[in-house]
Design a protein around this ligand. Structure first.
Ligand code: NAP
Length: 288
């Protein structure tokens, strides 16, 4: 039995989908009843809140392997530590943790590194998946202004990033969860090429039906914009720091971990924009 946490989220949802397709026995955890209600039919879903140990204990019953996803928040390592404490008490289970590329070099990955260190110290068998930024961030964070203003914004300058497709992360996760031999390993998951946001804008333009531009803002202006869109202060600061990391070219590294694990090249950004073209097109823009 594999426990897939964060099953209502971007990565967890895709891991569940691919694990079910392969016929694996899966239990999925959702924090919110709203997310659980949208789960695929036939899936065994349970409500787990990492801050409530009693919800974790019953979810672990009969489980051998766990895909651990935590929220990208200030509490990430503390919440995951509470979860790991319960896992330890329940026996020796292999934890596949969704982490992030970057180690101590930026705020978001540093929170993940705290959690990795706690898992290393726990004595549990583990595997760390450290993806670079997701291609799907362009849909989740930028498709709104791409459709309404033909523009997306950031402050990463000309820093190129080897974005990775969530579908590849999920395929790697399912392989690691379904096989042996990955204990104690860390995989850095990137796409096959590093692209600047200028190049990304050109590639989205090819499917959006008009020219899409990337506008690079001064960091203070970018922070003001994301705060006014409702991003909490800590997350806005962490986002700014991530763009600083990107600006310095620190996330442009291309690894071969995805190709080695999947036996094929990673999904390209060109393929990603074709598959998600619907998200970047605007009916009103196309009609005018
Ligand atoms: N975006 C990127 O480019 C990127 C790059 C590298 C690494 N990452 C890391 O990838 C991870 C997942 O990303 P994602 O896009 O899949 O995130 P997401 O869509 O926000 O999913 C996070 C999941 O965590 C669950 N969750 C939140 N708080 C919880 C709690 N207290 N107890 C139990 N479950 C809780 C949520 O459950 P509900 O849906 O039920 O509320 C949700 O399913 C994050 O840790 C992030 O730091 C992201």
């Amino acid at each position: 039995m594999i426990l897939i946490t964060g099953a209502g989220g971007n990565v967890g949802r895709e891991v569940v989908k691919q694990a079910l397709t392969l016929g694996l026995t899966v239990r999925a955890t959702f924090q919110s009843p709203g997310a659980a209600a949208k789960a695929p039919a036939g899936l065994e879903g349970v409500i787990v809140d990492y801050a409530k140990p009693e919800t974790i204990r019953s979810a672990l019953h009969g489980v051998d392997r766990i895909f651990l996803v935590g929220p990208a928040s200030r509490d990430l390592s503390a919440l995951e530590a509470r979860f790991i404490k319960e896992v330890r008490a329940a026996g020796r289970k292999h934890v596949v943790k969704l982490s992030a590329l970057g180690g101590r070099e930026s705020i978001f990955p540093s929170g993940h590194r705290d959690s990795e260190e706690n898992i290393e110290d726990s004595g549990l068998p583990y595997t760390f998946l450290r993806p670079n930024g997701f291609m799907q961030n362009l849909v989740n964070y930028h498709a709104g202004t791409i459709r309404s203003q033909n523009t997306f914004y950031g402050c990463q300058g000309n820093g190129a990033v080897s974005l990775v497709d969530i579908r590849d992360i999920a395929t790697v996760a399912v392989i690691v969860l379904a096989a042996t031999g990955h204990e104690g390993k860390s995989y850095t998951l990137t796409g096959g090429e590093a692209l600047t946001n200028g190049r990304i804008a050109e590639k989205i333009s090819q499917v959006a039906g008009c020219k899409i531009s990337y506008v690079d803002l001064p960091p203070a202006d970018f922070k003001k914009a994301i705060l006014s869109a409702g991003t909490p202060e800590w997350s806005a600061e962490a986002m700014l720091d991530l763009h600083r990391f990107y600006r310095g070219g620190k996330a442009s590294r291309v690894t071969d971990d995805v190709e080695r694990l999947l036996g094929r090249k990673p999904i390209t950004f060109d393929q990603f924009v074709r598959d998600y073209a619907f998200a970047f097109r605007d009916e009103k823009r196309e009609a005018s």
